[in-house]
Design a binder for this molecule. Structure first.
Ligand SMILES: Nc1ncnc2c1ncn2[C@@H]1O[C@H](COP(=O)(O)OP(=O)(O)OP(=O)(O)O)[C@@H](O)[C@H]1O
Ligand SMILES: [Mg+2]
Length: 338
């Protein structure tokens, strides 16, 4: 292996409907490319695994080439290939993983298999080169919602999380009942900007202690509210429902994240996952952290949803820790939060 202070790492992500690749040198992002099958998936109201796998197979070569070209990096300059091995759709994961294995083998450089969720956490390191643990992270994505105490670059403790649906999942389900397209989060956010949070929503934390919360009651409440009003022919405002749901879903995350930071005695907060792209959440985190003397490091919006840069960033951590993977590593559909 080449000895170099700032390793050049290619990150590849293909766990769901985004084929993404990025190149970093140390913590400096050199390129970040993406091809999404979301517009095709939107016709079906969600991700069809077979369509996702085929789209990855068609796009991966081109997306990786683009990432190398726009970084101005030749394949021979790469020190390692990092790739998502899970969690996600098996067929989709296998496309990226097989491609990365071939590349690592052909170039005789290490393969680094990355847990997608650790990638979401690592996105913040690219935002602020000085960011170092310990800190508290709000992870809010399509499949996960949790508050984590990140103790070192490789170790974190789950302080609490959702007991049922993930925040992103709740946004997607509420979007559907509001007749908004997939993926729902950005559409709910846009609609919420036209409304006011005046529709009463259930308290998500009632009866729950610590850092656990529940989204299923909130989601069901919105669905029942819409159906009841439609059945009775009563007027209701889609924008007000969107705004009310959004604040009920997100305020609690902000409040609990700040509480966790104080309890853990840390002064830095980060966030990651698709829901962290939400403008209301970002503004609210910024206001709360500023008021409570906490430093906030938020990845750029496009690096909150799935991307190759976050996989490269986690790859860098594992590269420095010598955590390489054998070429026999397999894809995993689900991985516990660890
Ligand atoms: N602006 C937004 N506001 C709210 N939710 C959003 C926004 N943008 C994206 N999301 C939600 O984020 C989710 C997608 O995030 P992400 O790509 O990280 O999820 P995933 O990769 O499917 O799940 P996981 O990362 O848990 O495996 C979707 O549920 C989407 O609706
Ligand atoms: Mg994700």
């Amino acid at each position: 292996m080449k000895e170099r202070k700032q390793p050049v790492i290619l990150g590849i992500e293909s766990s769901c409907d985004e084929t993404a690749a990025a190149v970093i040198r140390g913590r400096v992002l050199l390129s970040d490319e993406i091809a999404s099958s979301a517009p095709v998936q939107a016709k079906y109201g969600g991700v069809v695994p077979e369509i996702a796998s085929r789209a990855h197979a068609e796009a991966v070569d081109e997306v990786v080439e683009r990432a190398l070209r726009s970084a101005g990096v030749g394949k021979g300059e790469l020190d390692a290939v990092a790739v998502t091995y899970g969690a996600g759709l098996l067929g989709a994961l296998l496309v990226g993983l097989s491609f990365a294995k071939g590349l690592a083998y052909g170039l005789n450089i290490p393969l680094i298999a990355v847990n997608h969720i650790r990638g979401h956490l690592a996105a913040a390191y690219l935002e602020d080169e000085t960011l170092e643990p310990p800190f508290v992270t709000l992870l809010a994505s399509g499949g996960h919602t949790a508050i984590l105490h990140v103790r070192t670059e490789t170790e974190f403790k789950v302080l609490g999380g959702t007991l049922d649906d993930a925040a992103g999942e709740a946004f997607d389900k509420v979007a559907r009942v509001l007749s908004l397209p997939y993926p729902g989060g950005p559409h709910v956010e846009a609609l919420a900007r036209e409304g006011k949070p005046v529709v009463p929503m259930p308290k998500m934390l009632k009866g729950l202690g610590g850092y656990d919360f529940s989204y299923s009651g909130l989601k069901t409440h919105v669905i029942n509210y819409v159906h009841t009003h439609e059945q009775r022919g009563e007027p209701w405002s889609r924008a007000d429902v969107a705004a009310s749901f959004q604040s009920a879903a997100l305020d609690v995350l902000v409040q609990k994240t700040a509480e966790a930071a104080h309890e853990c005695g840390v002064s830095v907060v980060t966030a990651g996952g698709g829901v962290a792209a939400n403008g209301y959440l970002r503004d609210s985190l910024a206001r709360t952290c500023a008021a409570e003397g906490l430093k906030l490091v938020l990845p750029e919006r496009k690096r909150c949803t799935d991307n190759g840069a976050m996989i490269a960033a986690e790859g860098l951590i594992r590269y420095r820790a010598g955590l390489f993977s054998p070429l026999s590593v397999n894809a995993e559909a689900s991985i516990p939060l660890r």
